[in-house]
Write a protein that binds this ligand. Structure first.
Ligand code: CUA
Length: 311
């Protein structure tokens, strides 16, 4: 039973699980209600039947009604937990698209620098991982045709992944009440063939996200402290992404998106070992979009993919 278009890799399995749960529930409801109706009629007032309520144990029946539901529900549990793990494990070749929610619109950023508002262009067959954050309150990206849904939180990156399987235009909703225009906060996912999508990307690209980040790195004054040769003693950032950072308080953290994001907005937490906590906070001074561009730049800084110093 499907009332929605089914346009991602998860469609079939999520629908099967849903239908199995629905079917099982119907069977249980029928068993309860049919028994209830039969007993109501059979033992109604004035009817001459045996009401002594004599009890006699039947081990076979008791084992059956204990073990059969147990097996069914453990089976459902194993099925759903495997599906859940799959939903939470993006494949390595998944392409990242950044999503920023704000009252009341969606902003999408492709790694090539293409930026979209309330419309998201994707290609069939390409696994996509949405890395999402919010500029204000909690939102939620729900794409029913893909059977995915995930909260979007301020100050955190959450993600969801899927592979679009069918070209077409699908609805995207905000599925978390976020204020006055929540009901109108939505958008469209346009799934194209790989060729059409490549043409679309080529026609909308200007500067890659990393190139935009390189420019912002200078504009926000990051370079003044973090470039080699700067007078201020600040951590070097080349090759930082993905490495393990020893902190001043003895802990160790992995330099991932969250760490870089928080180092910009909350520099006083997670201070790198050997450095004074002198960095000013950029909270409310920098948009989430600019932070994403800076992180994209930091990921390639010091590697052979680093964009040239174009300004
Ligand atoms: Cu954003 Cu509801």
């Amino acid at each position: 039973m499907t009332l929605l278009p089914r346009a991602s890799n998860f469609g079939t399995e999520i629908d099967s699980l849903f239908n199995a749960l629905l079917g099982l529930s119907v069977v249980v409801i029928l068993a309860v209600f049919i028994t209830m109706i039969v007993f109501t009629v059979r033992f109604r007032r004035g009817r001459d039947v045996d009401r002594s309520g004599e009890s006699h144990r039947q081990l076979g029946i008791e084992l059956t009604w204990t073990l059969v539901p147990l097996a069914l529900f453990v089976g459902i549990f194993v099925w759903s937990i495997r599906l859940w793990v799959d939903l939470r494990t993006p494949p390595r070749d998944a392409e990242v698209v950044y999503v920023i929610g704000k009252q009341w619109m969606w902003e999408f950023e492709h790694p090539g620098g293409q930026r979209e508002i309330n419309t998201l262009h994707l290609a069939t067959g390409q696994p996509i991982r949405l890395v999402m954050t919010s500029q204000d309150v909690i939102h939620d990206v729900s794409i029913p045709a893909f059977r995915v849904k995930q909260d979007v939180l301020p100050g955190r990156y959450t993600d969801e992944w899927f592979t679009p399987t069918r070209p077409g235009t699908y609805d995207l909703f905000c599925a978390e009440y976020c204020g006055t225009d929540h009901s109108r906060m939505g958008g469209t996912v346009v799934v194209q063939s790989p060729q059409d999508h490549a043409a679309w990307l080529a026609g909308h690209g200007t500067q890659t996200l990393a190139m935009q980040g390189r420019t912002l790195f200078t504009r926000y004054g990051c370079a003044g402290c973090h470039d080699p040769g700067a007078a201020v003693h600040a951590p070097a950032l080349n090759g930082l992404f993905g490495s393990t950072v020893p902190l001043a308080d003895g802990r160790q953290v992995r330099a991932d998106d969250r760490y870089l994001h928080d180092s910009i907005t909350l520099p006083a937490s997670d201070v790198a070992a050997g450095y004074a906590p002198i960095m000013p906070s950029y909270q409310n001074r920098i948009s989430e979009a600019d932070i994403l561009a800076l992180i994209a730049y930091l990921k390639v800084r010091g590697t052979d993919q680093e964009p040239a110093h174009a300004r």
